[in-house]
Design a binder for this molecule. Structure first.
Ligand code: G4P
Length: 532
């Protein structure tokens, strides 16, 4: 594809993630999108990587998932003149922090809903995260080839539970064995269902017009109901409004069956037609436009490389403006150091290649030996700090200590690095304990495994009496000192040196908050943020 001006190139980028509850069909849809994008020729290649999903305590499986996901964390492909960046989100709920951070690097999301199950718990959480930035959402209701719930009740549920207006773009004709297709409400035609498999077929049948007698001929038993429902839909639901979609207030809804390739093209078309090109990004001092010539970007994910012996890690950087070219020089804002970016990676469907040029919306991978952390900003020199990459207060805690006391230093180093990577949160308390905080228990298992294999530390993980953590913001220095004196045993510092209150239970937290009304107790904070 030819390289145009920066603004033109940015305008044809679409950067998005798929959000869903496990088993709704994210992996299947990812693969089909790659298939339709021509990035893979046959389905079945991506599928293998979800093998670890159910084996939560199997080291090797976890390793495998972690390793493989390095190469599939970002998938870039071209589709009808556009460059699409699909960012993968980890499947397992224990990696939800990682998922939340990935969502800060996209401009849109595709929400997949299992039509038999409706809105599920993880979808609710993920949508909440999208809402923090008003990310536009395209909804895909999947698995219409099964006996599923009535479409109308699914729409109602999305509106009620997720609190977002729905604008159905099509309406299904039948379901399960009697799934016949979807009626395109905007173009007034029926796209007839044909079961697809591992390859793309091009002989899709369209029947124009809801009154077309051919529909009566083909579907004498079902067409009456469809006509009624379409009429109802057109009368009852608001038409699709791209402005509302871009504001995150309305979601266009498509129905289909990912496994049958049905509805996949429509998702790609919706992304190309309506999803926003890379958006301006808010930095602490100003907003950065994607077509500004100077290069800027931020790190949203760090992942250990596949080969643990090398211990090199890849920092995933979302470009916010300018252009990456091999050899470009940037300033690492947190340390003020100059870096030469020589061998950045681009991520194709199933391989990574040396990036030759990348612009806003693209993700590049930077080899990293510990200097880059999640939330770090790179610029050509301007002092900037991109905002909005969240840390969530952990929900489970363990105290780590080395089995061999002589390895204490090694343990601290390993945990510091894993903490920087975002694999786990690490807190140091006044007694010199290393407290680990996680969102899901699997995170502890992975950290234990990695400490052993990458840092040669055998550690013991004791149960902690901490069950809740809150970041603290003090109104002034005097308040800080007083709190530190009186609550010393419940205080710790996070990786960035921010004070954290560690509560044994909700009651304790409540009482402490009431006793210190001027102190703020935060359940989230931003990466790299130093709280006052
Ligand atoms: P996930 O990544 O969101 O967890 O979901 P994934 O794509 O792995 O899909 C979960 C299950 O749903 C898979 O079945 C998959 O084949 C099935 N599935 C996905 N899309 C459709 C669809 O359109 N129709 C139907 N009927 N099924 C669909 P599985 O039995 O768990 O795995 P597998 O044995 O197929 O690998």
């Amino acid at each position: 594809m030819s390289i145009g001006s920066l603004a033109e190139e940015v305008a044809r980028r679409r950067t998005f993630a798929i959000i869903s509850h496990p088993d709704a069909g994210k992996t299947t849809l990812t693969e089909k999108l790659l298939l339709f994008g021509g990035a893979i020729q046959q389905a079945g290649t991506v599928k293998a990587r979800k093998s670890a999903k159910h084996a939560t305590s199997d080291w090797m499986e976890v390793e495998k998932q972690r390793g493989i996901s390095v190469s599939s964390s970002v998938m870039q492909f071209d589709y009808v003149g556009h460059t699409i960046n699909l960012l993968d989100t980890p499947g397992h709920e224990d990696f939800s922090e990682d998922t939340y951070r990935v969502l800060t690097a996209v401009d849109a999301a595709v929400m997949v809903i299992d039509a038999a199950k409706g809105v599920e718990e993880r979808t609710i959480k993920l949508l909440d995260v999208c809402r923090m930035r008003n990310t536009p959402i395209i909804t895909f209701i999947n698995k219409l080839d099964r006996e599923v719930r009535e479409p109308i009740s699914l729409i109602e549920e999305v509106e009620l539970v997720l609190k977002i207006d729905c604008a159905p773009l099509a309406w299904p004709l039948g379901m399960g064995k009697r799934f016949r297709g979807v009626f395109d409400l905007r173009h007034d035609r029926l796209l007839r269902f044909a079961a697809g498999e591992s390859r793309v077929s091009t002989d899709e049948e369209l029947i124009e017009g809801l009154d077309n007698p051919r529909l009566d001929e083909l579907f004498p038993d079902e067409i009456g109901a469809l006509r009624g429902e379409v009429e109802l839909m057109r009368a009852a639901s608001a038409p699709f409004d791209v402005e509302l979609f871009l504001a995150g207030m309305q979601t266009p809804v498509l129905f289909g069956s990912a496994i049958n390739n049905f509805g996949v093209r429509e998702i790609l078309q919706a992304l190309v037609d309506w999803a926003p090109a890379p958006q301006p990004r808010q930095a602490a001092s100003r907003e950065v436009r994607p077509d500004e010539p100077a290069f800027t970007g931020f790190v949203f994910k760090i992942q250990a490389n596949m080969d643990p012996r090398h211990r090199d890690r890849i920092a995933f950087l979302r470009i916010c403006s300018g252009r990456y070219e091999p050899g470009c020089r940037v300033v690492h804002q947190r340390t003020g150091r100059e870096l030469k970016l020589a061998h950045a990676l681009s991520f194709m469907a199933n391989e990574r290649v040396a990036s030759e040029s990348a612009v806003a919306g693209d993700i590049i991978g930077l080899h990293n030996h510990g200097q880059l952390q999640i939330g770090d900003t790179l610029t050509e020199g301007e002092k900037l700090a991109f905002r909005g990459i969240p840390y969530f207060a952990p929900e489970i805690f363990r105290v780590a200590r080395a089995r061999d006391p002589f390895k204490a230093k090694q343990l601290a180093k390993g945990l510091k690095e894993l903490g920087e990577e975002g694999a786990i949160q690490v807190f140091n308390n006044a007694m010199g304990h290393l407290l680990l905080g996680a969102v899901g228990p699997l995170q502890f298992e992975i950290v234990a495994h990695r400490l052993q294999t990458e840092y040669q530390v055998d550690a013991v993980y004791d149960v902690s009496d901490t069950n809740l953590a809150r970041w603290l913001v003090f109104p002034d220095e005097a308040a800080r000192k007083k709190f530190e004196r009186e609550q010393a045993h419940r205080l710790a510092l996070d990786v960035d040196g921010n004070p954290v209150y560690l509560a044994p239970n909700r009651y304790n937290l409540q009482v402490t908050m009431e006793a210190w009304p001027a102190v703020r107790f935060l359940a989230t904070r931003e990466h790299g943020e130093r709280l006052a």
